[in-house]
Design a protein around this ligand. Structure first.
Ligand code: NAP
Length: 309
């Protein structure tokens, strides 16, 4: 029987791992399919305290994992298949094998939101992507017009990064102003290689027949005018959805699938705690996820101390 199992190795999961490991709870940490979480797909993280020059997202997560392992956390490349909270102990199925634990910290993060277009799906990895850092440098995108969809910090970050590779970057946003932070918005809009396309929605991605992206159909939501914009790549950066499907019906969630803590990081299930982007749709920062991971570790430690009394 494990004392603590942590699902997720983003900022929340690895911080929970550091704290529970230092409390001698010997945590088992499951990476899931994306070790290090979404931050590993970011280039430079400029707002994590302690790194005045910024730090590469992948490096930050690698350091966090090393720090957790230094204190005895066991990080396992494995995926949670199922969970059962109906008994006194928490029953998990991990890569097909049963696993029992006294506490569970859910830090499963969030994934990229999709536009929901049929051809977006059919052309994924054939020009449609959700990560400029991962795919931007591909030969197919070099010196070609590229499209970024969205108006938040992610879209601005993606667009700015892509100016290194594309001939021009169209930033398509459904409103006439960016949601992004002021500094990010200013940096983006003053970049001569970025051309904003305001008040516009992507209605379709072309061209499935050619098995690659050749353009997007765009509709101006104010005038209703539709047009085709030629491009070699579509980078979708319209936010995130929580990775909580596996816990549906097992713990309290809101209508968008974010797990609803009851008190601190406690969920409605005794022994099950939650931290990071899978429960937080307001702040969604590396530092807030890390803070919540710390809180979940302390809550789990206190819960275990209460059990042993
Ligand atoms: P976000 O702030 O939620 O922005 C999502 C954007 O996508 C919004 O502009 C939204 O439009 C648009 N959108 C949503 N659904 C859409 C749809 N179906 N079709 C077209 N457009 C759609 O998400 P984010 O940019 O990923 O940022 C998430 C959090 O991470 C934020 O707190 C952000 O500050 C943070 N972040 C920070 C950094 C950094 O500091 N380096 C980098 C990336 C992200 P509306 O504006 O009309 O709602």
């Amino acid at each position: 029987m494990e004392k603590v199992v942590i699902v997720g190795t983003g900022c929340a999961g690895l911080t929970a791992a550091i704290y529970t490991a230092r409390a001698n709870l010997n945590p088992l940490v499951l990476t899931g399919v994306m070790p290090g979480g979404l931050l590993t797909t970011t280039s430079i993280v400029e707002n994590y305290p302690g790194f005045p020059e910024g730090i590469d997202g992948y490096e930050l997560m690698t350091r966090m994992q090393k720090q957790a392992e230094r204190f005895g956390a066991r990080v396992k490349f494995a995926t949670l298949d199922a969970a059962n909270f109906s008994n006194k102990v928490i029953l998990l199925t991990v890569d097909g094998e049963p696993l029992e634990t006294e506490t569970l910290i859910i830090a499963s993060g969030a994934g990229h939101r999709h536009l929901g277009l049929e051809n977006e799906h059919l052309l994924e990895k054939k020009g449609v992507t959700y990560c400029a850092t991962c795919d931007g440098a591909l030969p197919a995108f070099r010196n070609q017009p590229l499209v970024v969809v969205g108006g938040g910090d992610s879209a601005c970050e993606e667009a700015t990064y892509l100016t290194r590779f594309g001939s021009i970057v169209y930033l398509i946003h459904r409103r006439d102003s960016l949601r992004a932070s002021k500094i990010m918005a200013e940096r983006t809009l003053s970049n001569p290689k970025i051309k904003p396309i305001w008040d516009s929605e992507v209605m379709d991605v072309l061209d499935v027949k050619q098995d690659k992206v050749t353009g997007v159909c765009v509709k101006n939501v104010k005038t209703g005018t539709e047009s085709v914009l030629s491009c070699a790549g579509v980078f979708v950066a319209i936010g995130h959805v929580p990775n909580t499907q596996i816990f549906k019906g097992l713990v309290d969630m809101d209508e968008n699938g974010y797990i609803r803590p009851t008190r601190g990081t406690e969920t409605n299930v005794p022994g099950v705690f939650v931290a990071g982007d899978c429960s937080d749709h307001v702040y969604r920062q590396a530092i807030t996820a890390a803070g919540l991971g710390c809180a979940a570790a302390i809550d789990a430690e206190r819960y275990l101390a209460g059990l042993s009394k």
